[in-house]
Design a protein around this ligand. Structure first.
Ligand SMILES: NC(=O)c1ccc[n+]([C@@H]2O[C@H](COP(=O)([O-])OP(=O)(O)OC[C@H]3O[C@@H](n4cnc5c(N)ncnc54)[C@H](OP(=O)(O)O)[C@@H]3O)[C@@H](O)[C@H]2O)c1
Length: 267
């Protein structure tokens, strides 16, 4: 498993993490993923999967980088602190590696939210602060209220079928060395399925490159995401075999030509 630096923290984390939204696979796939080097696990208070993540990391907590999120409905100062404490309890740990704001919510003053996030780092309950689904203006405003810490990541949707962040958010984050955690990297499984008899041109190209590389289509799709330096991908699977397959998206590289062909086909 290749590693990438989280933001400018000096901390290296796996370039493929394990997503857990709608996760129902129990501890086994998560433990297998960790064993294969996918030592970043993404969860959220809103997923109701923090307890299974806690169970999966028992005994190996120090090897795993846990990313969780405070819900967009809990962004008041006291609510953020309370949510973090509840997440710590469910995860069975005394620190969260990356605490992310799940969605921006203008109902709450972001100043208050960021003060609480800073307070959690001051207290040693959180190591790093991240956001999710924030645009550039929202990131800048959030950062302006965080005096002593940097926002190290933004978790956003990114896959071959949805490249909208390439317009401005991705270049903005790359320039500032802010990590992009790419969610839904398989486009909810669509990029991992062999096309039926009627194949779109883009799926034909993905299939061709899968044959050339000897990698599964989903592995090609995930490897395309992580071919950008600042991007880490967090696919989710309930299944053991698929988790193993997804972890195998790292450790090899698409050629620049193959990346160009994918970029053209999925433009
Ligand atoms: N911050 C946010 O707002 C946000 C939003 C969405 C997602 N996320 C995060 O990103 C993670 C991943 O995103 P996602 O769950 O939306 O989508 P995804 O990872 O693109 O796709 C998951 C779907 O693909 C299937 N799948 C996984 N691996 C496969 C493989 N190798 N071959 C064939 N099918 C495969 C899964 O089925 P099985 O499980 O049955 O294998 C599931 O139906 C989430 O779990 C969550 O942690 C964050």
């Amino acid at each position: 498993m290749e590693l990438k630096e989280l933001g400018k923290t000096g901390v290296m984390i796996a370039e493929i993490g394990l997503g857990t939204w709608r996760y129902q696979g129990g501890v086994e796939p998560l433990r297998k993923g960790i064993e294969l080097g996918a030592t970043l696990i993404d969860t959220a208070e809103g997923y109701y999967t923090e307890d299974v993540v806690g169970e999966a990391v028992r005994g190996v907590r120090d090897k795993v980088f846990i990313a969780t999120k405070v819900s967009g409905r809990h962004l008041g100062y006291d609510d953020v602190l309370k949510s973090a404490e509840e997440s710590l309890y469910k995860l069975g740990t005394d620190y969260i590696d990356l605490y992310q704001i799940h969605w921006p919510n203008p109902t709450y003053p972001i100043r208050e939210t960021m003060q609480a996030m800073g307070e959690l780092v001051d207290r040693g309950l959180v190591r790093f602060i991240g956001v999710s689904n924030f645009d550039i203006d929202e990131m800048e405003e959030a950062q302006s209220y965080l005096n002593n810490y940097a926002i190290v990541s933004n978790q956003v949707r990114y896959n071959l079928n949805d490249r909208s962040i390439e317009r401005d958010l991705l270049p903005y984050c790359e320039e500032r060395e802010i990590t992009i955690l790419a969610y839904t990297p398989l486009d909810d499984g669509h990029l991992a399925k062999k096309p039926g008899l009627i194949k779109s041109n883009k799926m034909k190209i993905l299939e061709e490159i899968s044959q050339e590389t000897g990698k599964a289509m989903g592995q090609v799709a995930i490897n395309w995401c992580t071919s950008t330096k600042s991007v880490i991908a967090i696919p989710k699977s309930n299944g053991l075999e698929r988790t193993i397959e997804n972890c195998g998206s790292s450790g090899w590289q698409l050629s620049p030509k193959q990346i160009n062909r994918l970029n053209e086909a999925f433009s």
